[in-house]
Every structure is written in structure tokens, then in C-alpha cells.
Design a protein. Structure first.
Ligand code: ADP
Ligand code: MG
Length: 237
């Protein structure tokens, strides 16, 4: 298993990446070399304000590196235009945000199916979108008939599972989660991560989760501290 992982093209590779928020001299992030192996489930730990969300935004391509290279599923996204990055992200990356970012007045079904709208390649991987979304809800142990409920009426734990279904639909090769469990108690966190891993394994997706909370560490293949792979300007100065 370890050998298979090592032989494959990494799902994610960052090299000599540098980023500074425009107009903010005080925070700079640089990542000399970081690899996420295909199939790997990695937890990246760092305290609040250390640059975890900035790093995920760079990998997503919602912001772009000032120098260096980020390769996702074999494509160097630093060479893509903004529009190309948007489409690439929609096709290749399933995202679970800290606040879930569901549309509260839309149905659960519409929320889950939304990413497919902007992702032609991802849509091709889904034969029957509604049926697959329903199946994901079932696998994530959401209540029966949840697909037609308004997302905003669900509990936090249920909304988190809907966010996971939205990330998983169309089996994107990379799933990234930004502190998705911070609002949950330890048992609910652990069972959420277990279900997410089960489903990402069957989808063939690699998982990168960032958090300030080390309690989930034993569920992951690998745990890395952001400070071991990245230098922030404040530390470097
Ligand atoms: P974390 O996710 O680890 O809490 P962030 O990546 O959100 O850390 O933040 C790292 C640094 O970047 C902080 O100093 C934060 O203020 C700054 N930052 C984050 N988002 C923005 C933004 N949109 N514009 C300017 N600065 C930002
Ligand atoms: Mg953050």
C-alpha cells in the first residue's frame, strides 16, 4: 500500500510557493516543498492565524501564488488563468468550508448538486445526479427525505454532512476541509471523519484537512504541523 502510494503521481505538490496578502506586509507564507500522496488522508495542524485557510485558498486557486508552483492532480494551476482555475477547482476539488457555506433557503438536494453545475468533467462522472445525492445522504446517515428539506432548517451536525455530500458528489480526486468539525463534540467529530474517509475511499479521493485541533489525529494516515512545511514571514523575520 505504502509503495503504491509512493509510486503514483502525487495528488498535490507545492514547490517554492510564496504568497503575501495584498497590502499586508505583516503576513507572508512560503512553502518550500509539500506533497500529498494520492489516496492519502492528511491532517495539517496549525494555530489560528497561522495561514491554514490561506494555504487552502492557494491550492483551490481562489488566490494565486506570487511565485512557485502548485500542482493538483498533475496540473500546474499556477499556469492557469483565473477562469481556468475556477473550472479546474469545480472539476477536481471537493470543498468543505468551516461554516459549510450552504445556501440556507435552497433544498439539501440543490445544495449538494450545485458544484456539478460549474464542473463539466465532474458531471460526467455522475450518471444519475439526484439518485447519487440521495445515496450520499443515506450513507452519511442523514434522515430520510432530507433531500427536499431547506438546508437552513437542519442541525449543525446535519449541515456538516450535507457539506460533505456536496464535496463528495462527482468523486473529485481531492477533498479539502477547513476546520469542518470545530463546532462539534468529540464523538460527533470522530464519526463524521470516519464517514468522510469511508466515502472518500470509495470515491478514490485524497483528503487534506486543516485544523487547530489535534484530537482527530489518530484517524489520519499522516499528521503534519504547518510550521514544519511552511515559513510565515513573521517567523522568518
Ligand atoms: P488560519 O486559517 O490558520 O486561521 P488564515 O490563513 O485565515 O489563518 O490567516 C493567516 C493570515 O492571513 C492572518 O494574519 C490573516 O489576518 C491574514 N488574512 C487571511 N485572509 C485575509 C484576507 N482575505 N485579506 C488579508 N489578509 C488575510
Ligand atoms: Mg482558517
Amino acid at each position: 500500500m505504502t509503495q503504491d502510494l509512493a509510486a503514483a503521481t502525487p495528488i498535490l505538490h507545492l514547490q517554492d510557493v510564496r504568497y503575501r496578502w495584498p497590502g499586508r506586509a505583516s503576513f507572508g507564507l512560503s512553502v518550500p516543498n509539500f506533497v500529498l500522496k494520492t489516496g492519502e488522508k492528511l491532517l495539517l495542524l496549525g494555530k489560528s492565524g497561522s495561514g491554514k485557510s490561506t494555504l487552502l485558498s492557494l491550492i483551490c486557486g481562489t488566490i494565486s501564488v506570487q511565485s512557485g508552483m502548485i500542482s493538483v492532480a498533475g496540473t500546474d494551476i499556477s499556469g492557469l488563468s483565473e477562469g481556468e482555475r475556477d473550472r479546474f477547482r469545480a472539476d477536481q476539488i471537493g470543498l468543505i468550508f468551516q461554516q459549510f457555506n450552504l445556501l440556507p433557503y435552497a433544498s439539501v438536494g440543490d445544495n449538494i448538486l450545485l458544484p456539478l453545475r460549474f464542473a463539466p468533467e465532474r458531471r460526467l462522472r455522475v450518471e444519475a445526479p439526484y439518485a447519487e445525492a440521495t445515496q450520499l445522504c443515506k450513507q452519511l446517515e442523514l434522515p430520510k427525505n432530507v433531500m427536499s428539506a431547506r438546508a437552513g432548517t437542519l442541525s449543525v451536525g446535519q449541515q456538516q454532512r450535507v457539506a460533505a455530500a456536496r464535496a463528495l458528489i462527482g468523486s473529485p480526486p481531492l477533498i479539502m476541509a477547513d476546520e469542518p468539525t470545530s463546532a462539534l463534540d468529540a464523538d460527533t467529530q470522530a464519526s463524521f471523519v470516519e464517514l468522510l474517509f469511508e466515502l472518500s475511499r470509495s470515491a478514490g479521493s485524497s483528503v487534506l484537512m486543516v485544523s487547530h485541533d489535534a484530537r482527530l489525529a489518530n484517524q489520519f494516515d499522516r499528521v503534519v504541523n504547518l510550521s514544519d512545511i511552511a515559513v510565515t514571514e513573521a517567523e522568518a523575520a
